[in-house]
Design a binder for this molecule. Structure first.
Ligand SMILES: Cc1cc2nc3c(=O)[nH]c(=O)nc-3n(C[C@H](O)[C@H](O)[C@H](O)COP(=O)(O)OP(=O)(O)OC[C@H]3O[C@@H](n4cnc5c(N)ncnc54)[C@H](O)[C@@H]3O)c2cc1C
Ligand code: FES
Length: 336
């Protein structure tokens, strides 16, 4: 165990095989982060003393300028000595459920589309999680961890469900889709993520998913439906995919109480040329444009949750910035 000290805070312990970020969160500290995967740069800290090794030295979240300034990615850095860090802790990053590493057994999986699959794991010794959070998977033979959002809610059963899109040539999804079978055990680490359901919001919910981003927003909707404080809220769910055969999830939403009354689902395809038999009757366009068309100047009236590929997340962010939606109403994960 190494001692990690942050100016003005109690020191915390970090195991040699843990990272500065995750060990800090396990200790209940509000260390800033977002993707936990080395890509966004939100977890940059300054290493004032000590030594670390990086799990992913080429991680795109760090620039040459950062390296010259002795900045490191806390989500990728393992200590090899006691360390002193310069970073501003924030209360809003303090975990509601302290993340833990635990084992999980795959109990079932089913195809949602030709390239999206739902996986259900029975966990052992897992903490609770909030709707919209994610877990990190250690997958056999895969370098680095992979983040996947839970699609269900924490009902005390210890079941964590995920919806994963196969990435052509991707190392992690190849293992998930082709090598894991019912009974396979993996190591999970979680929960993580700040894009969780806010139960104290007086606003209606606007949920936007793109492709593999279905999981996180579905969990938020499922959580909202169960939350007594949100019974008066309308829930608008926009889901953007490329073509009709990429679409899934409507049956899962339709199973929720209030579907069609307070839960409103709008699917959209961005590539109408994929509608080969001309049967598509829904919206056409990028999902942020479809949301803009629906709510335009009313966007700041909503509590907004979104998840999906980086290009979609950037487009939604730009739209919300243009409409001056306050940051505190915006909760998202970009799926690097
Ligand atoms: C917060 C978050 C939530 C996500 N939720 C979902 C979800 O619910 N469903 C879904 O389908 N996808 C989700 N993703 C995307 C997912 O984590 C993977 O990026 C995607 O499945 C591709 O994985 P792959 O291994 O098949 O592809 P690869 O191309 O092999 O790997 C892609 C990703 O793996 C990581 N990586 C690659 N090499 C290394 C390395 N050497 N060391 C460390 N990390 C490395 C990087 O993050 C990279 O972007 C999420 C991503 C994030 C950040
Ligand atoms: S949280 Fe470390 S790079 Fe995104």
């Amino acid at each position: 165990m190494f001692q990690i000290r942050i100016d003005g805070s109690p020191a915390y312990e970090c195991a040699a095989d843990d990272t500065l970020l995750r060990a800090g969160l396990r200790s209940g500290l509000g260390l800033p982060y977002e993707c936990n995967s080395g890509s966004c740069g939100a977890c940059k800290v300054e290493l004032l003393a000590g030594r670390v090794e990086s799990n992913w030295p080429q991680a795109p979240g760090l620039t040459e300028r950062d390296r010259a300034k002795k900045r490191i990615l806390a989500c990728q850095s393992r200590p090899v000595a006691d360390c002193v860090l310069n970073v501003r802790l924030r209360d809003d990053y303090r975990p509601h459920h302290r993340p833990r590493r635990f084992h999980a057994t795959l109990i079932s999986s089913r195809d949602l589309t030709y390239d999206m699959r739902e996986f259900a794991f029975r966990t052992e010794g897992a903490p609770g999680f909030l709707p919209g959070q994610y877990a990190l998977f250690t997958l056999p033979g895969v370098a680095g961890l992979r983040a996947y959002s839970m699609s269900n809610v924490d009902d005390g059963s210890g079941i964590w469900e995920f919806q994963v899109r196969r990435v052509p040539g991707g190392a992690g999804t190849a293992v998930l889709f082709d090598r894991l079978a019912a009974g396979s055990r993996v190591e999970l680490d979680g929960p993580y993520g700040l894009a969780y359901l806010r139960t104290d919001s007086p606003r209606d919910l606007l949920c936007i998913g793109g492709g593999s981003g279905l999981s996180a927003v579905l969990s938020v909707v499922r959580g909202a439906v169960r939350e007594p404080a949100l019974t008066q809220r309308q829930i608008h769910f926009f889901y953007g995919v490329r073509g009709p055969r990429d679409l899934c999830g409507e049956d899962l939403l339709a199973a929720l109480p209030g579907y069609g009354a307070r839960i409103h689902f709008t699917p959209a395809i961005s590539m109408p040329e994929l509608d080969t038999d001309g049967s598509w009757r829904g919206k056409i366009g990028f999902v942020h444009d479809v949301v803009h068309e629906a709510f335009g100047d009313r966007l700041s009236e909503f509590e907004i949750y979104f998840a999906g590929p980086p290009a979609m997340a950037r487009a939604v962010q730009a739209m919300l910035a243009e409409k001056r939606v306050p940051q505190r109403q915006i909760h998202f994960d970009s799926f690097y």
